[in-house]
Design a protein around this ligand. Structure first.
Ligand code: GUN
Ligand code: FE
Length: 471
C-alpha cells in the first residue's frame, strides 16, 4: 500500500453531484494523510491500481455513504422532539402549528436564556445528530445572542446557526432585543462569519421593520437568511388576510421586505400559489422539505413536482422538534411514502441525494462534503445493513438504509390503504384530524424506532468523530 494512503472497504453508495447514485457492492474509499479523498470505486479495480493490500484495509461495519446534512432543525427544541404538539387537540383554532408553538415550543426555547442550560442542550444535540450520521447543516437557536454564540462555539464548522428574530405573537420573555440587534449580529458575524444565519422566524412573529433591519444586517455582513413559509393553511390565512393584507401573498411579504434576495432557506413551502413558486424560482432561495414534520403537524404535502419543475433547489430536513428523531433516514422514508402516490421522481436514489449532495450545495459545503470525489474530505458514515449485501443502489437504499421492501412502498400507492388514503386527504386539506393523524403518527413513530441507532461510525476528514461502540 502506498505510504500515507488509508482506505475503508465495503458496500458503498455515492450520490453524484451531476445526478444519479453510484453503487459498488464491494467498494473502497481511499484517502490521503491530509484527510482528502484520493479515489472511490470498485475494490477489484482500485486495489491493484493503488497497491491496496486486502489484509491492511479494514472492512466497514456496513454501508458506506457520505455524511448527512440537515438544513433545517431547531436546537432548542431538541429536548422536546416528538412532543412538539403534545396535548394539542386535533384541529385547534389557528391550527396545530400556532397552538404548539405557544404551548410547548416557546417555553422550551425560553429556557435557553440560561447559559448552562443552553450548553447542555447544544451538547445533547451534537451527540444525537452525530449518532444519526449528521455532521452539519443549518440550525435555528433562539432570540438570545448568548445562546446563539454558545451553539456556534460548540458545534463544528459544517453547522450554521440562526439568531432568531421575533417581536410579535410570542411571549415577552422571547422577544428579540431590538436596540441591541445590530451590535449582536456584528459581534457574531465578526467571530463566525457566514456560519451565522439571520433568522426571521416567520411572518407571523416578525413585523416589517424588524425584518428589514434583519435584511440590512445580512447585507452589511454578507450573511444569508432563513425562515418558514406557507406551512399551514391557517397560518397562511393569518399572514395574507390579517397581518399583511397588502402584500399579495405570504411569499410577497418576504419578497417586498428584501428577504428573498438574501439566499434564504425557506422551510416547508406547502401551500404555494403559482406566483409564489415563480417568485422563489427567480431568486437564489432554496427549500427545506420536511415530510415528517408536515405529516405530524397535519400541515400538508409539499408539491414536489411543481418545485422540481420550477428548478428550485431543495433538501430533506428533519425540523426537529416537530420530528421525533434526528434520523434523516426516517425523513427519507417519509419522503418516499408521502409522494408515492403522486410523484414518479420520489425514488430511493433521489431521497439519498436530498440528504447529501443537495444540502451540501445549499449550504455552500459542496467543495468539501455531500459526495465522494477526489479532493473532497475523506468523510463518510457506516450504516449497519441487514445481510446479505444488496445488489443494486435501489436495494441498498430502500432495504439497507430504510429497511423497507418494495411491497411496503407499494402499499403507499394503494388508494384503499389507510396510510395512503390519509396522505391523500392530507394533501387535499380533507384530513380526518382525529383518525388520519393517529394512523400516520403511529407509522412515523414505528419508522423512527426502526431506523434510529444504525450508524456505526462517523469519520470526518480522516478522524473518527463518532463510534457507536464508544457512545
Ligand atoms: N414556524 C415558526 N416557527 C416554527 C417552528 O419552530 N417549527 C415549525 N415547524 N414551524 C414554525
Ligand atoms: Fe422549522
Amino acid at each position: 500500500m502506498i505510504a500515507g494512503l488509508r482506505a475503508t472497504r465495503g458496500p458503498l453508495l455515492n450520490p453524484l453531484a451531476a445526478g444519479g447514485v453510484d453503487y459498488w457492492p464491494d467498494g473502497v474509499l481511499v484517502g490521503d494523510e491530509h484527510g482528502r479523498i484520493v479515489a472511490v470505486g470498485a475494490w477489484d479495480e482500485l486495489a491493484p491500481r493503488l497497491g491496496l493490500d486486502a489484509a491492511a484495509v479494514p472492512r466497514s461495519a456496513g454501508l458506506i455513504l457520505p455524511p448527512l446534512l440537515d438544513a433545517h432543525i431547531h436546537i432548542p427544541q431538541h429536548p422536546i422532539r416528538g412532543r412538539f404538539a403534545e396535548d394539542i387537540g386535533a384541529d385547534p383554532p389557528g391550527g396545530r402549528l400556532l397552538a404548539s408553538l405557544e404551548k410547548n415550543v416557546f417555553p422550551a426555547e425560553g429556557r435557553c436564556e440560561g447559559p448552562a442550560h443552553a450548553r447542555h442542550v447544544v451538547a445533547d444535540f451534537l451527540a444525537d445528530t452525530l449518532s444519526s450520521g449528521v455532521i452539519g447543516g443549518a440550525a435555528y437557536m433562539t432570540v438570545h445572542a448568548r445562546a446563539t454564540r454558545i451553539a456556534l462555539e460548540q458545534l463544528p464548522a459544517p453547522w450554521s446557526v440562526g439568531l432568531v428574530l421575533m417581536n410579535g405573537r410570542c411571549p415577552e420573555y422571547l422577544r428579540t432585543d431590538e436596540p441591541g440587534l445590530a451590535e449582536d449580529v456584528a459581534a457574531l458575524a465578526r467571530d463566525f462569519g457566514r456560519r451565522l444565519i439571520v433568522t426571521d422566524r416567520f411572518a407571523v412573529s416578525v413585523d416589517t421593520p424588524l425584518r428589514k433591519a434583519g435584511v440590512a444586517l445580512a447585507r452589511r455582513h454578507g450573511l444569508r437568511m432563513q425562515t418558514h413559509l406557507d406551512e399551514q393553511r391557517a397560518e397562511k390565512m393569518l399572514v395574507e388576510e390579517v397581518l399583511y393584507p397588502d402584500a399579495g401573498t405570504y411569499t410577497g411579504v418576504y419578497a417586498r421586505d428584501g428577504l428573498l434576495d438574501c439566499e434564504p432557506i425557506l422551510a416547508h413551502c406547502i401551500h404555494m400559489r403559482p406566483e409564489e413558486v415563480d417568485a422563489i424560482a427567480a431568486t437564489d432561495a432554496s427549500i427545506a422539505h420536511c415530510p415528517v414534520s408536515n405529516t405530524l403537524l397535519g400541515s400538508g404535502v409539499m408539491p414536489l413536482d411543481t418545485i422540481r419543475a420550477a428548478g428550485i433547489s431543495h433538501a430533506l430536513c428533519t425540523d426537529v422538534g416537530a420530528s421525533p428523531t434526528t434520523s434523516l433516514f426516517c425523513e427519507m422514508a417519509q419522503f418516499l411514502k408521502v409522494h408515492a402516490g403522486s410523484s414518479s421522481t420520489a425514488t430511493p436514489e433521489e431521497a439519498l441525494r436530498l440528504v447529501t449532495v443537495a444540502p451540501a450545495r445549499m449550504l455552500g459545503l459542496a467543495d468539501r462534503l455531500g459526495t465522494f470525489a477526489p479532493g473532497l474530505e475523506w468523510s463518510f458514515i457506516e450504516v449497519v445493513c441487514d445481510s446479505p449485501v444488496p445488489a443494486t443502489a435501489r436495494k441498498a437504499i430502500l432495504g439497507g438504509l430504510l429497511r423497507m421492501t418494495e411491497d411496503d412502498l407499494g402499499r403507499w400507492r394503494q388508494p384503499d390503504d389507510p396510510c395512503a388514503s390519509a396522505v391523500a386527504r392530507l394533501r387535499d386539506a380533507g384530513l380526518d384530524w382525529g383518525h388520519d393523524l393517529a394512523v400516520l403518527e403511529a407509522d412515523v413513530r414505528a419508522t423512527a424506532t426502526r431506523l434510529e441507532r444504525r450508524v456505526r461510525r462517523v469519520v470526518r476528514a480522516g478522524d473518527v468523530i463518532w463510534d457507536s461502540r464508544g457512545a
